[in-house]
Design a protein around this ligand. Structure first.
Ligand SMILES: O=P(O)(O)O[C@H]1O[C@H](CO)[C@@H](O)[C@H]1O
Ligand SMILES: Nc1nc2[nH]cnc2c(=O)[nH]1
Length: 294
């Protein structure tokens, strides 16, 4: 696609050509900020035989719109470069639907990435935040992707979310960051999801901070809920693309161009981090601790 050359922080969705790929049981899928072209360059044995084709178009500038199947550091992965957002007009369950598709294909692990605005004053633009927990605001108003008749084939009616972001995966990612010399811009914190597409008012931003939010965006949480419902372990990584305006004296305005620009600048570090983390991931079936957590 014409936009596939850009190193962008986020994208839309697409589907591969058909039968060349055998999708095995150890897949990992990556959403959003991961740039597949760059991953290809960085991976020692490549994302073998990548093929893609546009399936549908989203209305988010900077979103590539691809789904790529292949091997990343010897592990079977499917990378979804881009996602559905509720502000595009889709129901929240539709936005999270790709997660169920990947689960049905045999994926055990979900790595979600996103671009977010920093709320924590100690953060800087370009920091990478490992998501420790989430504040899912649409859920407070009843807009949960699991709303409606529960499909028991995926999971139970009620699910725990206190262990949503896997502790072992977070540790692994910190380790990967250390090996890469990324410590100086690594953070860990709470991600807040709002519906968007309007950015926060100052009063809203201050409220999010008061409630314990470290960064905010318009995605991810519903995908994580659906992943946990079907027993996938989750790692979330957020790139702080801008600092949220928190002060009435501040003249700077939130804008999508800054989000894209930071994504371009920090893109390579994000890909290396994901790649390095994927290299270290163990199959959850070989890992009692992880299996028990699911
Ligand atoms: O969360 P992702 O999809 O990375 O995108 C983030 O960037 C966009 C705003 O610039 C919003 O869609 C926000 O959610
Ligand atoms: N809501 C929200 N989403 C974002 N995505 C990237 N930056 C931001 C931000 O500042 N606010």
């Amino acid at each position: 696609t014409s936009d596939s050359k850009e190193n962008k922080p986020d994208s839309s969705a697409a589907l591969t050509e058909t039968s060349d790929f055998i999708v095995g049981s150890r897949e990992i899928h990556l959403i959003s900020i991961v740039d597949v072209d760059l991953l290809l360059k960085l991976s020692p044995n490549g994302l073998n035989n990548p093929q893609w084709r546009r399936l549908y178009t989203l209305q988010v500038p900077g979103h590539a719109g691809r789904l790529v199947f292949g091997l990343l550091s010897g592990k079977e992965v499917v990378c979804m470069q881009g996602r559905f957002h509720t502000y595009e007009g889709y129901p929240i369950s539709t936005c999270a639907m790709p997660v169920r598709v990947f689960h049905l294909m045999g994926a055990h692990t979900l790595i979600v990435t996103n671009a977010s605005g920093g709320l924590n004053p100690a953060f800087n633009v370009g920091d990478i935040m490992i998501i420790k927990d989430q504040l899912y605001f649409p859920g407070f108003a009843g807009d949960n992707p699991l709303r409606g008749i529960n499909d028991e084939r995926f999971g139970p009616r009620f699910i725990a979310m206190s262990n949503a972001y896997d502790a072992k995966m977070r540790k692994l990612t910190h380790q990967a960051a250390k090996e890469l010399g990324h410590e100086k811009f690594m953070r860990e914190g709470v991600y807040c999801m709002l519906g968007g597409p309007s950015f926060e008012t100052i009063a809203e931003a201050r409220m999010l901070r008061l409630l314990g939010g470290d960064a905010c965006g318009m995605s991810t949480c519903h995908e994580v809920i659906v992943a946990r419902h079907c027993g996938m372990r989750v790692l979330g990584i957020s790139l702080i693309t801008n600092m949220v305006v928190m002060d009435y004296d501040e003249v700077r305005l939130a804008n999508h161009e800054e989000v894209l620009e930071t994504g371009r600048k920090r893109g390579r570090d994000m890909q290396s981090l994901v790649l390095n983390t994927v290299q270290q991931i163990e199959d959850p079936e070989d890992d009692d601790e992880l299996s028990a957590a699911v």
